[in-house]
Ligand binder design. Sequence first.
Ligand SMILES: [Zn+2]
Length: 202
Amino acid sequence: MAIDPESPLDKLWQEYGRVFHDFDDLTLARWLAQTLGQLKGRAWRLSHPLLGAYRLAAQIAHDRQIWLQRLATPPPAYTEAACCRAPLLPLLTRDVLESGLVCQHCSATAVPLEEIPAELQSSLKSWAEEYAPVHAVAHWEDRQRKSVGDYDRAYENAARETERLLAQAGAQIAPKFLDFYPAIVWEDQDECMEVRPEDIPL
Ligand SMILES: [Zn+2]
């Protein structure tokens, strides 16, 4: 999730984010706290516009250390993230086995895998273990590509599998997190497999 200053898409998001630079600290803190109230109780697509706006504001708030100043009170359901002490709003990605759940404020690991509630771990692990070899098709070397004969078809099949697995994450796995977290975000795309949010209807 690191920002690449050369990426046209990241440049566009930086342009979108300028609106929050004009907010003073108190206004920004209140906007975040109020929006957290509206995010509560749902599993959110990473691509959702409200979540996108929240993430932009949250990253600017992180740069300004807004949460450490205690200018506004977030809804009490949100605990403090260990990574940066912002309210915990975790992101579920295909890299969950290595990276755990990712913080929407500082982009670090907010919840390491071993601290994810045990009730969620087994379905999460089997999902991520199923996902990894499917995703790996995008990164096959020439030798592997040639070994299957028709690589385009193998890639196409893997892309369809990716869509199915992401739909499973959004429809079945992410909602279970709401028993433990006030809100959860799930990554609804896979850039290596060219799977976009609109390819994953729920
Ligand atoms: Zn954080």
